[in-house]
Design a protein around this ligand. Structure first.
Ligand SMILES: *[C@@H]1O[C@H](CO)[C@@H](O)[C@H](O)[C@H]1NC(C)=O
Ligand SMILES: *[C@@H]1O[C@H](CO)[C@@H](O)[C@H](O)[C@H]1NC(C)=O
Ligand SMILES: *[C@@H]1O[C@H](CO)[C@@H](O)[C@H](O)[C@H]1NC(C)=O
Ligand SMILES: *[C@@H]1O[C@H](CO)[C@@H](O)[C@H](O)[C@H]1NC(C)=O
Ligand SMILES: *[C@@H]1O[C@H](CO)[C@@H](O)[C@H](O)[C@H]1NC(C)=O
Length: 425
């Protein structure tokens, strides 16, 4: 009698769900398919715990062009494509699901909620080049070992995923190539990250004042709509900041001399912004710099000889600005192919802007906002380091021919690779 009622209830339910078009799987009137089947034996109780979570996530996947999920069957979770097991820190004789690497799997699902936030020992989640969307659940903060989140090149949209601020151990955050918009909360620059990649989204805001509080080595904000000046706090990142990409934004104002404090920096790129004013002499203190890009801005004045004397430089790009003068040390770099000064206003150098363009530019007053002119004038010549061997000046109008080109390839840059939408690690 009771069994019969159950059957009728289930039949009605099937009809209702079918009518509503909701039903996708066969309705099993017995136990729900999410509980581990009694005939499965797991190598560890921790794997039995994650089994139903993976299986229910599998049901939410709407596209799987590579057939990845067909391997997600049975109790051998450590052998599922994209899943990696390890011994958890709290019990080195246990085996647990520690990492997920879905890079390039092209899976689609409407959300990751109820999946990554429910895998108790998960440390790494990489999902570059998939079609995931939705939001990141604040429950992800409950995962004690979590430290790498890569959801780059997916379909995430809306505000910055603030849930990540709760993850105490997070060190790598890569959300580039999504559709995030609005402001980046200042907390992200106070978080103990090593790498922050937020390029190629739609973030629009003035860079926050605590920008330089960030302890990251690698920072990419390129290809967004960031505005306002480069914060002077950038100097506070001098002991860690190694590669910085700010290119293709709407940054304004003059370059703060504090940039010159970044003695670890090998890459600094603010190309294609709306920056103006002179290059501060402090740039001569960038003792590790290899690639320095200021191209396509409204910078002007003389290129500091101190900067051109930096031995580590491989590529100094100043093209498409309004510089008017270079000295002998810089001239040497032009000849050796390190310094690009095309499309400026420098007399006696080929491929400069037409006269009327330069005339127009200089007939408008150009000032650095925020501080008075004398203030910038003072800091423009400030040199916050000892330059050990001042570069010897070139003999005037040397007739000995150009010096042999000193070609050194730049060390491979992690941040420039981040401008490619595909996987990073
Ligand atoms: C892992 O799966 C592959 C097929 O996907 C199979 O050939 C192999 O035997 C499995 N390894 C273990 C340890 O079960
Ligand atoms: C550690 O894990 C093993 C394997 O799962 C288990 O047998 C053991 O009881 C665990 N030890 C503790 C202290 O939880
Ligand atoms: C996402 O899905 C669309 C089709 O819906 C497809 O064209 C696109 O290549 C997919 N992207 C990725 C990264 O898999
Ligand atoms: C930068 O460091 C200085 C001195 O350590 C500190 O006073 C200042 O508040 C810091 N600025 C920011 C924005 O972190
Ligand atoms: C130098 O840097 C500029 C700006 O990033 C880039 O366009 C150019 O290709 C680089 N040159 C070389 C030789 O790598």
């Amino acid at each position: 009698m009771e069994h019969n009622n159950h059957f009728i209830t289930c039949t009605i339910l099937i009809i209702l769900l079918t009518l509503l078009g909701i039903l996708r799987q066969d309705c099993e009137c017995t136990s729900p398919s999410l509980a581990p089947s009694p005939d499965l034996t797991f190598a560890d109780v921790r794997l039995a715990v994650v089994y139903p979570i993976i299986q229910s996530f599998k049901l939410t996947i709407t596209l799987d062009p590579l057939g990845i999920t067909s391997s997600w069957v049975g109790s051998d979770i450590c052998n599922y494509t994209g899943f990696y097991c390890d011994n958890p820190p709290d019990n080195t004789s246990a085996t647990t699901l520690a990492a997920i690497d879905f890079n390039g799997f092209h899976l689609a699902a409407l959300t990751l909620d109820g999946f990554i936030d429910q895998l108790p020992d998960l440390a790494i989640f990489h999902a570059n080049s998939n079609n995931f969307s939705g939001t990141i659940s604040p429950k992800i903060a409950q995962l004690p070992y979590f430290y790498e989140l890569d959801i780059s090149n997916n379909k995430f949209s809306g505000q910055f995923p603030s849930a990540v601020f709760g993850i105490a151990g997070l060190s790598f955050l890569d959300i580039r190539f999504n559709f995030f918009t609005g402001a980046v909360p200042p907390q992200v620059f106070s978080q103990a990250l090593d790498a922050l990649f937020i390029n190629n989204n739609n973030f629009m805001q003035k860079l926050p004042d605590n920008f330089g509080s960030t302890p990251v080595q690698y920072l990419t904000l390129a290809n967004n709509k960031f505005t306002g000046p480069i914060p002077t706090s950038i100097g506070n990142a001098s002991s860690t900041l190694t590669e910085v990409l700010l290119l293709n934004n709407y940054l304004t104002g003059c370059l703060p001399h504090e940039i010159g404090l970044l003695k670890k920096a090998t890459v600094f790129d603010v190309g294609n912004n709306l920056l103006t004013g002179p290059l501060p002499c402090s740039l001569g203190c960038l003792e590790s710099i290899e690639q320095l890009n200021f191209a396509r801005n409204y910078l002007y004045g003389e290129v500091p000889e101190l900067l051109c004397g930096v031995k580590s430089l491989v590529n100094l790009s100043l093209s498409n600005n309004y510089f008017t003068k270079i000295g002998p040390t810089c001239w040497k770099l032009v000849k050796s192919g390190v310094l690009d000064v095309r499309k400026n206003c420098i007399h006696g150098i080929p491929d400069q802007r037409p006269y009327w363009d330069c005339f127009n530019f200089f007939s408008h007053p150009r000032a650095c906002p925020t501080y008075p002119y004398w203030w910038w004038r003072h800091w423009q010549y400030y040199v916050p380091c000892k330059i050990h061997s001042p570069p010897p000046p070139m003999p005037p109008k040397s007739s000995a021919g150009p010096p042999p080109p000193k070609y050194r390839p730049a060390s491979s840059s992690i941040t420039y690779s981040a401008l490619n939408r595909h996987r990073l690690r």
